[in-house]
Design a protein around this ligand. Structure first.
Ligand code: IPM
Ligand code: MG
Length: 355
């Protein structure tokens, strides 16, 4: 039997705890199929090596079959210059591994409707959407800098840039994903103002010609932010530029009840991907056995499905998470007053029992 090489980045804050949960689950569903190489990345790497990620750690990611990541960053590293921020490690891995497609599924579990901040009648209708975020272009990677004008006024700038190849490849994935879901793509942009958005919209419509069976609509990003709260059930696949996806995926996650529930997959042209919860390192919860491990466990399920062709194992994990929630087990972020919240380890035990 082949063993896969997994690069494991615990990172900072709650990272080590949630990664430990995920690995316990992985060993239960696919025992001894994976070898783990733990890499020091993020704030821990800044402390130890003076850089957010070393060349060796980056190379290890490149040589792996996939990367599983907890979270990086924290307040103690927040005042470092831009190129030494812990988040830089994440942006670097995305770019080096060319992981241009970021999948962020957001679904309202029926038993968590009460935890959602949505008005009851809207929550009742539920939602199940996939936010597809372009991940290696746009303003995150465009030219940036500072200069001083003739009056001595300091100017800072960041540039939103997209080329047609970048838009085409993410659009194509959106349509392919929609085919496996409910056949609808909503492309989000700001084409009433931004030239980069006008190219985006143009290209998405050109790619759409190859997918006549998929229904395409366009929506301006400000309207999309509103529609997510007003009528989230209308959405199937939403595709958008890097920063729009960063923002709207946090909004969508909160609609599900907690940011602690949302997994993500970052994919490129080949099988290798990076898998991480969409939440951050939550320094205030770190080391206290309080973090919700479900987003990381669900990220693991995505990894088995997209990178390792193990859809049944993925399905088992997703079902186990759902059953755990159905039985009323809750971590502190999603619990209501009638239940005693479980810790990270105990919640993981419950998921393991369902497997
Ligand atoms: C995310 C995060 C990152 C991003 C940060 C940590 C750089 O917010 O994955 O959504 O902005 O992409
Ligand atoms: Mg974000």
């Amino acid at each position: 039997m082949n063993t896969y090489k997994l690069a494991v980045i615990e990172g900072d804050g709650i990272g080590p705890e949630i990664i430990q949960s995920a690995i316990r689950v992985l060993e239960k569903v696919a025992p001894q199929r994976f070898g783990y190489e733990k890499l020091i990345v993020g704030g821990v790497s800044l402390d130890r090596h003076g850089v957010p990620i070393t060349d060796e750690a980056m190379q290890a990611c490149m040589d792996s079959d996939s990367v599983l990541l907890g979270a990086v960053g924290g307040p103690q590293w927040d005042n470092l210059p831009g190129h030494l921020r812990a988040e830089r490690a994440l942006l670097g891995i995305r770019k080096e591994l060319q992981l241009f497609a970021n999948l962020r599924p957001a679904r309202l579990f029926s038993m968590l409707k009460a935890a959602s901040p949505l008005r009851q009648d809207i929550a009742e209708r539920g939602f199940d959407m996939l936010i597809l975020r372009e991940l290696t272009g746009g303003i995150y990677y465009g030219e940036r800098g500072r200069k001083t004008d003739a009056q001595g006024n300091t100017i800072a700038f960041d540039t939103e840039t997209y080329n047609q190849t970048e838009v085409d490849r993410i659009a194509r994935i959106a349509f392919e994903m929609a085919r496996q879901r409910r056949g609808k793509v909503c492309s989000v942009d700001k084409a009433n103002v931004l030239e980069s958005s006008r190219l985006w919209r143009e290209r998405v419509h050109i790619v759409a010609r190859d997918f006549p069976d998929v229904e395409l609509s366009d929506m301006l990003v400000d309207n999309a932010a509103m529609q997510l709260v007003r009528n989230p059930a209308q959405f199937d696949v939403l595709v958008m530029a890097n920063m729009f996806g960063d923002i709207l995926s946090d909004e969508a996650s909160q609609l599900t009840g907690s940011i602690g529930l949302l997994p993500s997959a970052s994919l490129g042209e080949d099988k290798r991907g990076m898998y991480e919860p969409i939440h951050g390192s939550a320094p205030d919860l770190a080391g206290k056995n309080l973090a919700n491990p479900l987003a990381t466990i669900l990220s693991l399920a995505m990894m088995l499905k997209y990178s390792f062709d193990l859809p049944e194992e993925a399905q088992r994990i997703e079902q186990a998470v759902e059953n755990t929630l159905l039985k009323g087990h809750r971590t502190a972020d999603i619990h209501d007053n009638d239940t005693q919240p479980l810790g990270t380890r105990e919640m993981t035990d419950k998921v393991l029992q369902e497997l």
